[in-house]
Design a binder for this molecule. Structure first.
Ligand code: ANZ
Ligand code: ZN
Length: 820
């Protein structure tokens, strides 16, 4: 019999739809919230989406069968720039373009059979959603965490909008990849910096997040402990404050460098011959971006201010320079220059013939300034540092810090690299900022009853001009002040779309509420998200903002959890056959809908899962299809032809001891498969789970034992297959005479007692030498194997006073402990 996927898939999708089988079960005892990053509706669904959502779908279906109340929602991150660009090009408007794309993509997702509960859908561009986005803004505003200021913002000349720091990658725009400029404008910020420490501390609790993402966030938040020291200025009663993480180098200061934006400069240069040069330098440096300014590779330049500062501890007099490798926005905007021990200072000193003074030396060698080719930045012992000479490494930092504090020259502080988040955009297609500007009352919040502030429709000129298109609409702009009822103006800007996507995980818990953003009880029932699946490109944008919102709403009493998601999984990308990113302009896009029509959803899914573990990239090739097609055919035939007569057998309790040797072997193999598939799904190694199903097909094909034992295996295998190939599994399940959906059946659980009877002898080596043999169940996981070995007394005695460098473990065979 041929496997007719077109007919089968269509039929089962219809059944799932009619029976509403994927509707969230709100009453289940245990909840599981599986969130996929929602989509930007830029066109149709592509292979990247298809992979992401199918990977999630496998997990979701397993959880459903395990009996969890599953929340598996979907939605659209629907505001944003591309809609404006496309609308300008096509002569339509952003709204029509967006809704059209949502419709196309939704149809595709439905054909792909993903088990989303569509009743929970959200679309961020709909007033019933952005009403609450605006409400969120007002919570920040009322808490004093949203403020407006003139700021030198990152400005993309191509997109004609400002960008948040997180949206600038190595000086280029995250969207169009063009170089980013600076522009002074009135902007709205969220005080995310108030949460720097909380965001950092939270990372330590996120055991279920990949280490690389946590490292990127730590780095982005950039906590530094250091010392702030005041240097008096010669001939003035002013002092200049610096921030350093290396107080131990204080005696090595040979110059001072101020950021060009530093306000004090103007006072210092007033009436001095250096004034014009300094002003010219300040103008020039405004054109550079922060990355170029602080890189340790590009040349550093600056200009002498004509003034001097006094090192409070050594009494040395040093030149004050203005240099743009010093950033105004970090620390105090001034550095103490220590050329011998800081690479940027070293380059700078080299260029301007500033002396190099060594104050830290490695334990067993000397450093000569004249022969140094780069700064010595390692630890060491202090030299040339008066009474502190001879103090080594961290001690030096403590002692100098103490001395500076005792003598009231400064104090220990903590600095963060994280900056406040710029959230206003001078664009049309976004949520209007719900603020009214009144000449008398200042910035006034739109009262909650007046939300949403609707985005005006109709005639709007979207051609980017560097100011918000909303400014042109008098009907939108002119309002009465909610406080004094006088004439006032609306805010012209819209919110960064990352603002809209920072709270969607909350809304899914109660998406149709028109009185509240969500009911606390509902949100706290589902949150935190148990598993969040999406791309790693969001490490320092969405994934920080979303944690920030969550923590803020917890502090406001709206949520009970500290973190939005306990586990994060980053799926790999789908590339084309040559390993290149698929894009419309390259013409190398593979369409999931096309593959689905040609080969069926199940085959396409299996091909994708089988080609690699889900966190790895795949270079898509149609040849992936060939192998799994053969497997599906065999799997199908196993149930419909070869073993058909076993399918109707009623499966009772199987008494293992009464089975024949061949039956026992088969039974154990089925138990191992059950265990393996579950473990593999948990680690997103769907490829190896599918391999065990493939092995099962040959095993069952050759099996000569009782029909009952065979039927037992067939039943388990089709259940294990169901998350990967849901349509075909459903079809075979019903052909076995089952009346209810396979997704209502109970997920198989391995019989550990039987697996424990099946033991192996594991060899334990230390540095390659045999030290012990341990008997353990053959299915013991690598982790468990290591644990057992390390707890063994004989092994323990060998490990005494040794440091374990690594442990190599081969499941069911060997453990080799490498020590030094
Ligand atoms: C003297 C010194 C000597 C420094 C030395 C380093 C090594 P992190 O770790 O990133 O916090 N710095 C301070 N403010 C700065 C600014 N606004 N722009 C550019 N650089 C600035 O870096 C702290 C170090 O960066 C500080 O410690 C300071 O240089 C520099 F052997 O002070 B250090
Ligand atoms: Zn007013």
């Amino acid at each position: 019999m041929e496997y007719n996927f077109t007919e089968i898939e269509k039929r089962w999708q219809q059944v799932w739809n009619d029976t509403q089988i994927f509707k969230t079960r709100e009453d289940a005892l245990e909840k599981f919230y599986l969130l996929v990053m929602f989509a930007y509706p830029s066109g149709d669904i592509h292979m990247g989406h298809f992979r992401n959502y199918s990977v999630a779908d496998v997990y979701a279906r397993m959880k459903m069968m395990e009996g969890y109340g599953l929340l598996f929602p979907f939605g659209w991150d629907a505001f944003g720039l591309p809609a404006e660009g496309a609308a300008i090009k096509a002569g339509t408007n952003p709204k029509d373009w967006t809704y059209k794309n949502i419709e196309i993509s939704t149809n595709t997702l439905k054909l792909l059979g993903i088990a989303f509960d569509w009743e929970k859908e959200v679309q961020t561009c709909r007033p019933d959603y952005y009403k609450w986005t605006q409400w969120m803004f007002l919570q920040f505003f009322n808490a004093g965490l949203a403020y407006q200021k003139m700021a030198l913002a990152n400005w993309c000349n191509t997109c004609k909008t400002v960008l948040a720091n997180e949206q600038v990658n190595s000086g280029t725009c995250w969207r169009c990849k063009n170089e980013v400029d600076k522009k002074e404008m009135q902007q709205w910020f969220l005080k995310i910096t108030d949460y720097s420490q909380k965001l950092l501390d939270g990372l330590d609790t996120l055991d279920g997040w990949p280490e690389n993402i946590k490292a990127m966030q730590r780095n982005w938040i950039g906590r530094s402990e250091g010392l702030e020291i005041e240097f008096p200025i010669e001939g003035s009663d002013r002092k200049v404050s610096i921030f350093t993480t290396r107080p131990d180098t204080l005696y090595g200061v040979t110059f001072m460098a101020m950021a060009p934006e530093h306000e004090l400069i103007h006072e210092l240069i007033e009436g001095r011959p250096e004034k014009n040069d300094v002003l010219a330098y300040i103008r020039k440096s405004q054109l550079k971006n922060d990355i170029d300014r602080t890189s340790t590779v590009t040349e550093k330049d600056g200009v002498f201010s004509g003034r001097y500062a006094i090192n409070p501890l050594s009494g040395d007099k040093v030149e004050i320079w203005v240099a743009d490798y010093v950033l105004a926005s970090y620390g105090t905007g001034v550095v103490m220059g220590v050329p011998a021990h800081d690479q940027r200072d070293f380059l700078f000193a080299g260029k301007y013939n500033i002396p190099v003074k060594v104050v830290i030396e490695p334990k067993d060698s000397k450093l000569e300034p004249s022969s140094m080719t780069e700064a010595y930045t390692e630890e060491g012992c202090m030299v040339n540092s008066a009474e502190f000479s001879g103090t080594c490494s961290k001690d030096g930092i403590t002692k100098i810090s103490q001395a500076v504090e005792d003598r009231k020259y400064g104090k220990r502080t903590v600095n963060y690299r994280l900056r406040d988040w710029l959230v206003s955009r001078q664009r049309y297609w976004g949520a209007p900022i719900p603020i009214i500007h009144c000449e008398k009352c200042g910035n006034v919040a739109v009262p909650e009853k007046d939300l949403p502030v609707l985005l005006p429709e109709g005639k709007i000129d979207l051609i980017p001009k560097g100011r918000s298109p909303l400014e042109d609409r008098d009907d939108f702009m002119n309002v009465k002040c909610p406080q004094c009822a006088g004439d006032a103006k609306r805010d012209t800007d819209t919110l960064d779309t990352f603002f809209c996507s920072s709270w969607y995980h909350m809304r899914y818990a109660d998406p149709h509420n028109d009185k509240l953003p969500f009911e606390k009880e509902k949100a706290n029932k589902w949150l935190p998200v148990d598993l969040y699946i999406g791309g790693s490109e969001h490490a320092c944008m969405h994934l920080i903002y979303f944690r920030f919102f969550h923590k803020f709403l917890k502090d406001q009493g709206w949520l009970a959890s500290d973190e939005p998601a306990t586990r994060l999984f980053n799926h790999g990308m789908v590339l084309d056959e040559k390993g290149e990113i698929m894009s419309k302009s390259k013409g190398n896009v593979v369409s999931p809908i096309h593959l689905m029509k040609q080969h069926g959803v199940d085959t396409t899914r299996l091909a994708m899962f089988f080609s690699a573990p889900s966190d790895k990239e795949i270079a898509w090739s149609d040849s992936f299809i060939v192998g799994v097609k053969r497997f599906i055919q065999k799997f199908y035939q196993l149930y419909t032809e070869q073993t058909k007569n076993a399918l109707t057998v009623k499966i009772g309790n199987i008494n293992f001891d009464s089975l024949s040797a061949e039956e026992q072997k088969f039974y154990i193999a089925v138990q191992k498969m059950i265990k393996k598939v579950k473990e593999d799904i948990e680690r997103f190694q769907y490829n190896t789970a599918i391999s065990s199903l493939m092995e099962f097909v040959s095993l069952a094909h050759d099996f000569k034992g009782s029909r009952e034992v065979l039927a037992f295996g067939l039943e388990k295998a089709v259940q294990l297959m169901s998350p990967f190939a849901p349509h075909i599994a459903e079809e075979l399940w019903s052909s076995m005479g089952r009346k209810e959906s396979i997704f209502k059946s109970k997920w198989p659980v391995a019989d550990e007692a039987i697996l424990n009877r099946d033991t192996v002898t594991v060899v334990v080596q230390i540095n390659g030498k045999l030290r012990e043999k341990l008997i353990m169940p053959s299915e013991t996981s690598e982790q468990e194997m290591e644990k057992t070995a390390l707890e063994n007394d004989i092994i323990k005695s060998y490990l005494k006073e040794k440091t374990i460098k690594k442990i190599i473990t081969v499941k069911g065979k060997l453990i080799n402990i490498v020590v030094i």
